[in-house]
Structure formats: C-alpha cells, structure tokens
Ligand binder design. Structure first.
Ligand SMILES: Cc1cc2nc3c(=O)[nH]c(=O)nc-3n(C[C@H](O)[C@H](O)[C@H](O)COP(=O)(O)O)c2cc1C
Length: 367
C-alpha cells in the first residue's frame, strides 16, 4: 500500500510544523445557539483534529452586523471568546493547529439578524436575488444599505477586534473570509460593487477594503498568524467577476506585500466529464504569484489532492464535505479506506449530535 502519499508528507507553514497536508476547510454548521459556541463543538473539532493537522473553524461573525444565518458563532463579545476557549484548548490538546475564520456576511442577512432591525450593510444597495433552496423554499435576504465611505474603517476595525479576540480565545491565527459572496467579496467583484468612491470602480479600488483589513489584522496579531480566503471563480450570492483570473492574481500579488502566512483559494466548480469529476487547476496563476503557503479547496479527493501536492500546484489541500462526513479523514486517506457519504440534509440543522458528531469512524463503520 502506498503509505507516504504526498498528502501525508510534513510541511512547514511559517512557524507551524504540519505533519500532513490535509486541512479541515471552514464549515458553517449552525449549531452555535444565539451565536455562542457550544460545548458540543468540542467533540466535533476534536474528532477532526490530528497531531500537526491544520484546522480552520467555521465562519465566525466579527460584529453584531456580521450575522446573517441562525446559530452561527461570533467572536465579538467576551462571552463568545470564553465559549471558544475550551474548544480551542481541546484541539490543541490533540496537537492540532487551529485558525478562526473571521466573517462578515454583508448583504447576505435579514432585518431580523441586524441590531434594531436595520438594513444589512454592503458595498451596494442592490439586493441578492432570492435563492430557491434544495427543499424548494425561497430564501430572501433583506435589501441592504450601502456603506458610506466614512463607515468603512469601522468595519475594518471590527475585523481587527475579532482577530485580537481570536488570539485571546487561544486560536493560533485567523483566516479572513474573503470568499463566497460575503461582505469582502461584495467589494471585490464587479457584478456587485457599483461604488464610485475609493472603494469601487477599478480593480485596485475594489480590492482596497480587503487589503485594508489584511493590513490592519496583520499589524494587530502579526502577519505570520493571518490567512486570507478567496473564491475568484465563485458566483455565490450573485457575486461574480468579469475577469476572475485578473482579480485572483491581483489579490495574490497584493497579499505578498503583507507577508501573510497563507492564501486559501477555492477552485471553480468541478465539471463531470464521462462520469468523472475534473478540476482544471485554474488557480495556477495565483499559486505562481503568491509567495506564502497556498491552500486549494473544491472537489478534492485522495487522488486529486495527492496529485495537486505532488505537482506543486498547492502546498495544502482543504477538504470540506469529505471532512464533514469523515471525522477520521486523515486516517482514511492514509490507509485508502472507504469514505462515509455526506448527508446534505443535516449540514445546517441545529442538532448537537445528528449529522454533526455521529458520522462513524473507520473502525466503527466496518468498511
Ligand atoms: C456545510 C458547508 C459549510 C460551509 N461553510 C463555509 C464557511 O463557513 N466558510 C467558508 O469559507 N467556506 C465554507 N464552505 C465551503 C467549504 O469550505 C469548501 O470550500 C467547499 O465545500 C468546497 O470543498 P469540498 O468540495 O471539499 O467540499 C462550506 C461548505 C459546506 C459544504
């Protein structure tokens, strides 16, 4: 059996000695009641932690306006910081390296989640087209309010405070969530950003908000504890760009100036050809541009992940759905075991066990 597949080789990410290349991708699970991380998250993260393994937390709100989905955690209050501590400690006790993904949803929110029922804030006042969910229900977000230029630094500061809080909670660093159509992406992409001030128009202006956050957070906690996540090819929440490669390369280049630890990028959706899923390594120009650790995600399995590391296309591979459904994914990939299938219907349900910590380990599932 091929034991030392490239995914299982050690890697030094800044000051962190990783024992393998398999990363827990950030996964929103909506089990943090009233935005407070719960005790059941200890087991969930510990199940997925390995000695020298790198984990990124679920997206975690930076402020009271950052919130858009029920039971997603926050890290703006003292109480939330305290609630994160036992979770982070438990991951550390198992030898894991744990970053907190810090997040502002922007216009992906509703009046009911906002202080005093106010409008969600965004780069624009254009609303998101209502989404039809898998069960046929329609998810409609509330019309947003365009941030005035002078308000933007306040949001940057919220990211800053959240990063400081994450360190206080014991996290090893933070990942700034610039992906999937949330606030930062609402500034980055030209389908949404219709501003005429310094934060809109040219590519440089659209990236300004993201880079001000990076600058500020890197100064606050040190660049060696900061990652940035970007999904140039995604069109989630109506956020798409007319030139994703140019956007991705510009950001990769700009991020170099801050010497942050890593850049995590999401592949375009894999395409099925003759029954086989293909990814096209569209992130290669960004990989070549960025000087720090590069992480890819999106449709990776054992074979494609190994190939990506072997070819030098990436340093690390983040696994989302496979890690969600396989708490011992690292072990399973190592021994080339079968994988549990994920159940989409429980991705975002609030049960503290079902679809969360009850996916079987390899020796329990018997295959
Ligand atoms: C249930 C679920 C929740 C997710 N939550 C987040 C999140 O909080 N932050 C984020 O950046 N990406 C999130 N993602 C995207 C994943 O991190 C990952 O990029 C995506 O699932 C593609 O990787 P995969 O094909 O290995 O699942 C989520 C994905 C799923 C399935």
């Amino acid at each position: 059996m091929e034991k030392h597949i490239p995914l299982l080789t050690p890697y030094k990410m800044g000051k962190f000695d990783l024992s393998h290349r398999i990363v827990l991708a950030p996964l929103t699970r909506q089990r943090s009641y009233n935005s407070l991380p719960q005790e059941h998250a200890i087991l969930y993260y510990v199940q997925r932690a390995t000695p020298g393994g790198f984990l990124v937390s679920e997206a975690t709100g930076v402020s009271v306006t950052a919130h858009g989905y029920i039971h997603t955690p926050g890290i703006w209050s003292k109480e939330q910081v305290e609630a994160w501590k036992p979770i982070v400690n438990a991951v550390h006790a198992k030898g894991g390296i744990f970053f907190c993904q810090i997040w502002h949803v922007g216009r992906a929110s509703k009046f009911e989640f906002q202080p005093n029922g106010e409008a969600p804030i965004a780069s624009t006042d254009k609303p998101i087209t209502p989404l039809t969910l898998q069960d046929g229900t329609i998810e409609a977000f509330s019309p947003p309010r365009r941030l005035a230029t002078h308000e933007i630094s306040k949001i940057t500061n919220d990211f800053n405070l959240a990063a400081r809080n994450a360190i206080e909670a014991g996290f090893d660093g933070v990942e700034i969530h610039g992906a999937y159509g949330y606030l930062i992406d609402q500034f980055l992409k030209d389908s949404v950003n219709d501003r005429t001030d310094l934060y809109g128009g040219s590519l440089q202006n659209r990236c300004r908000f993201a880079l001000e956050i990076v600058d500020s957070v890197a100064k606050e906690i040190g660049p060696d504890r900061v990652g940035f996540r970007l999904s140039p090819y995604s069109d989630c929440l109506d956020c798409h760009d007319s030139d994703p490669e140019r956007l991705g390369v510009y950001m990769a280049q700009a991020l170099n100036q801050y010497q942050i630890l890593y850049c995590s990028m999401v592949e375009p959706e894999p395409v099925k050809i003759d029954g086989v899923l293909h990814t096209f390594h569209k992130l290669l120009p960004m990989r070549k541009t960025f000087n720090g650790t590069f992480i890819v995600a999106g449709g990776y399995d054992r074979e494609r992940g190994s190939e990506a590391v072997r070819e030098g296309y990436t340093d690390l591979v983040a696994y989302g759905k496979l890690f969600l459904a396989n708490p011992d994914l690292v072990k399973r990939l190592e021994i080339n075991a079968g994988l549990n299938k994920y159940d989409r219907s429980t991705f975002y349900t609030s049960d503290p066990v079902v679809g969360y910590t009850d996916y079987p380990f390899f020796d329990q599932s018997g295959h």
